[in-house]
Write a protein of this length. Structure first.
Length: 762
């Protein structure tokens, strides 16, 4: 064979060796070329579809504001409670709005407004994707898009509506000038307080025409737009105030960045809170609190605030008129009828709040927000600024039982587990030194969990909180209904109820216990109907957040608090009890700033809170120093309402609870259906560890006795900067970390604690 033939043979063999391997499985159908081709084809198809939509969707006629109606609120029996929703609207030309205020709106909402084409495609795409994933309507919108939504479309959050918004925004941007669009946006936006448009908002918040607004005032209105009810300074909580001030600062800083404001002028500007709102007629007494609670629940569940303000809704509440009257009568008989501010200055500071919930349905059947909505518009039923104190202790026990926690020496935590009840005993197993005193510094020695709950022994539950892991205690509290504490730092002081909570939240926590561990989210709204909008009411009964065994065991233990503990005099011995089994817990916070009783029968859970809130600003002496307390700050209730000394959870709050509850549940079940073998509701298999002779002269939340000595009448202390989260740790004594020589266990010993043990925020 010649060389030519050999070369041809080798080439032929190489070709045979390189024959294509056949693809198997799914790779036979998908190649990179096919995938990319399909992708680009879909993109072209989408672009074509968008172009067709662009051609077909015209700019519609603006929303007909003459169709605005009132909202009708009804009680559970169909009786009309109130009509509200009168809209305050006045359109003004942009020339009436000072130019710096125009710039503050643009700087905050859409810095590129004067240069963009009316649509933020990146933010809008993000919003569409989150809508598709069911995560709400998040994502950027330009001022043009917001104006289109206000003036041409509904507030519903759907992909179809968002696509229409994009198309119409592009066309509006082409047809109208930027000044016309900005004027439309400022005139159609909802600012809260029933005010549509910046002129109505200027009157509602500052009592003046928009042309007279300062830059500070106008910027507050711009900052308000994102969440009017949350950011209204009069009713906002600490978080809402912090957020709106942050937006206010951001707007002005952005103005400096855009060179609309000099750094020197920016430095001179100070935040200017608005004036208080004037309540609408017909909101007197409890009516305003009930309507406000319903509005906030609807907004939490997805009804846009502006949509609600436009009216046309028929909203039926779960409020039972008979129970509502019983609750109001109980507060009057046990508290308000006894107040005499002329005789006792402290009486003008006393505030009461209560919430009553059906544990089987989650329905809020009665609610008390304060003496009169016209005079005091922040509802005490939902105010989370005050500490629930020892009413938090059942949460610690629930967390321990639910996870099968053990003591430091490895014993399972149960109702008959023995703890050391000595006052100021340092907790073991914590990286943060903590040694809280018991009420009146009483040391109990060895004591069972049951008796420690009965007598509200701080040292026992501080240790149990560490044994059950503080983060799990916090998470259990959130799961059971204390949603406002989510994310707060777990520290030993929280075991004494230092986190703020509302009566409605504490009712949720105890309703979850009453419902055998299934989550109960209290709901005041029974139904909400509108011809153009659908309201999907969430189920108030959720999943099993703690086991039935744990929930029923806690309930069993809490019957002991009523029958043999701090609530015995006011609840167990009440004339109208009629054999009803009751579980509950008292609570009294540091310096007697708040007192609580939260309790339940098989059919009804009610939480009653009482606290001191300064009716007017004042200066007081604390430890020899002058302390300024603003109006609304937290103050002591000592000697209020004719009580001799401290107002404890077992006194006025428990008496209100008993006067209301036993009449409200006359036809209800007498006994709890408990699946547990421990606690006071069952036959004890142990010897009680705290004999009567060792009982303290005045238990943590017992009703005051005239035979005991008065608590020292100390002046009120200044309110914390963040009252909802600023802890106090015992009923009458400020706890101190143990000295280095007395620290025991696995704590920090003689080292300085790395974190403030009294501060959940660190």
């Amino acid at each position: 064979m010649g060389r030519a033939e050999e070369r041809r043979a080798r080439q032929s063999g190489a070709r045979r060796g390189k024959q294509k391997v056949k693809k198997k499985g799914i790779r036979r159908f998908f190649t990179w070329k096919k995938v990319l081709g399909t992708f680009f084809g879909l993109c072209l198809l989408a672009m074509g579809a968008f172009y067709v939509i662009y051609l077909m969707v015209p700019i519609p006629t603006g929303n007909d504001q003459t169709q605005l109606e009132s909202n009708v609120y009804k009680l559970s029996n169909g009786q009309v409670l109130a009509r509200s929703g009168k809209v305050n609207r006045e359109t003004v030309g942009l020339d009436k709005v000072p130019e710096p205020i125009q710039h503050s709106f643009v700087a905050l909402e859409n810095k590129t407004f004067y240069d963009d084409k009316g649509v933020d495609f990146k933010g809008t795409t993000r919003g569409i994707l989150k809508t598709l994933m069911g995560k709400g309507a998040q994502g950027g919108s330009t001022i043009t898009q917001q104006y289109v939504k206000n003036n041409y479309l509904t507030q519903e959050q759907t992909v179809t509506r968002k696509l229409k918004e994009i198309v119409i925004s592009l066309k509006v941007d082409q047809r109208y000038s930027k000044n016309e669009i900005l004027a439309g946006y400022m005139n159609t936006s909802y600012y809260g307080r029933g005010a549509y448009g910046i002129q109505a908002a200027a009157q509602a918040y500052y009592g003046k025409d928009v042309s007279k607004l300062t830059l500070e005032e106008g910027t507050y209105l711009a900052a308000l737009l994102q969440a009017p009810s949350q950011y209204d300074w009069q009713t906002a909580g600490p978080v809402g105030k912090q957020l709106v001030q942050g937006r206010w600062n951001k707007a002005l800083d952005n103005m400096v960045e855009k060179k609309w404001l000099s750094p020197q002028d920016r430095a001179k500007l100070k935040f200017t809170p608005p004036m208080d709102a004037k309540p609408a007629p017909g909101m007197e007494g409890q009516t305003g609190y009930l309507v406000d609670a319903a509005k906030k629940e609807l907004q939490r569940n997805g009804v846009d605030e502006a949509v609600l303000a436009r009216g046309g809704w028929t909203i039926t509440l779960n409020i039972d008129p008979a129970k509502q009257k019983l609750l109001e009568d109980a507060v009057k008989a046990q508290l308000t009828s006894k107040l005499d501010p002329k005789k006792r200055k402290v009486d003008e500071d006393l505030q009461a709040g209560a919430a009553s919930v059906d544990p089987k349905t989650g329905s809020v059947v009665a609610l008390y927000g304060g003496q009169d909505f016209i005079k005091h518009q922040i509802s005490n039923a939902t105010n989370t600024s005050y500490q629930p104190a020892s009413t938090f202790k059942p949460v610690i026990l629930a967390a321990a039982l639910n996870q099968g926690a053990e003591t430091q020496d490895g014993k399972p935590i149960k109702a008959n587990t023995i703890y050391n009840g000595d006052s100021r005993r340092p907790v073991k197993g914590s990286d943060i030194a903590f040694a809280p005193p018991n009420e009146d510094e009483h040391s109990y020695g060895p004591i069972t969990v049951q008796d420690a709950m009965n007598q509200s022994v701080n040292s026992v539950f501080a240790q149990m909180g560490v044994d059950a892991h503080l983060d799990k205690v916090r998470d259990t509290a959130v799961a059971m209904g204390m949603t406002s504490i989510k994310g707060l730092k777990p520290v030993p002081a929280m075991t004494l109820g230092s986190y703020g909570a509302s009566p409605l939240q504490m009712a949720a926590v105890y309703a979850t216990l009453d419902n055998h561990g299934k989550e109960v989210t209290p709901s005041i709204v029974k139904s909400a109907e509108h011809k153009d909008h659908k309201y999907d009411k969430p189920d108030p009964i959720g999943s099993q957040v703690i086991s039935r065994d744990a929930a029923d065991a806690v309930t069993s233990v809490l019957t002991g608090v009523v029958d043999d503990g701090t609530a015995k005099t006011s609840v167990a011995d009440a004339d109208n009890r009629n054999g009803k089994q009751v579980a509950g817990k008292t609570g009294t916070s540091d310096d007697n700033k708040s007192a609580w009783f939260t309790g339940y029968t098989p059919d009804l859970v009610t939480s009653v809170g009482l606290w001191g809130q300064a009716a007017e600003a004042r200066t007081v002496k604390v430890d020899g120093k002058n302390v300024n307390i603003p109006a609304g700050g937290q103050v002591s209730m000592t000697n209020g309402a004719g009580e001799d000394g401290r107002i404890n959870g077992g006194s006025i709050p428990a008496r209100i609870w008993a006067a209301y509850t036993f009449d409200a549940v006359k036809d209800g079940a007498d006994k709890f259906d408990l699946q547990t073998d421990q606690g006071a509701a069952k036959e004890p298999d142990y010897t009680p560890s705290a004999p009567a002779s060792h009982a303290p002269s005045k238990s943590a939340s017992a009703p005051p006795s005239h035979s005991t000595s008065k608590s020292p009448s100390s002046p009120p202390s200044a309110p914390p900067s963040n009252p909802a989260n600023s802890p106090s740790n015992t009923t009458s004594h400020k706890p101190k970390p143990p000295s280095p020589t007395t620290s025991t266990g696995t704590g920090t010993g003689g080292a300085s604690p790395p974190v403030d043990p009294l501060n959940p925020n660190g």
